[in-house]
Design a protein around this ligand. Sequence first.
Ligand SMILES: [Zn+2]
Ligand SMILES: [Zn+2]
Length: 198
Amino acid sequence: MVTQLLSEVTSPVQIKRSNRQIAIIPFETYDLSEFRDSLDAASIIFDLEPNFSSDAFITSDFSEAETQRKQRDAVRVIQAASTILKASDENPKYALVVTKQDIFATRFNFVFGLANHSLGVGLISTARLTEWHDGISPAQMKERVLKEAAHEIGHLGGLVHCEKETCLMAFSETIEKVDKKLPMLCEDCRRKLKTSGR
Ligand SMILES: [Zn+2]
Ligand SMILES: [Zn+2]
């Protein structure tokens, strides 16, 4: 009887996690409070509830290419994040990793972000989004982070690139293209999102 009670007390509480949550996690040491509003807004566009963990972070060891290039490999970071998250208690359906380190991906010298739809993990780098040139204001930097975070979350939700240059899902290989985007989905993408049945 006593054993029975004890096991009841100590057994892990089953918390039903909502599929509408997205974990927002820093890569290594990065205080995300500066961009909290941007990351909140990016999640809300997709009707997701951002979940900022206070102490969790993602890390991965350096590959030879990463050491040479002084950049992180977005594909490796996403893989590492997926492995870490799968092993964690929370194992969220969606996660967005945020790094201040510059990232590259396969055939691109650099990217602002990358997402793996099947793993449910996206990554953005604020390195180039926060570069201070042409008198860019902190508000503009925050908007860039919002847009690129939302873009990667859009991929997690099953959206692909959009031809409309003002749409969040437009592919941006330059900062000018990021700045051209509006912080919203075009009507086509909004419709696709509704029917993608996440
Ligand atoms: Zn994209
Ligand atoms: Zn679109």
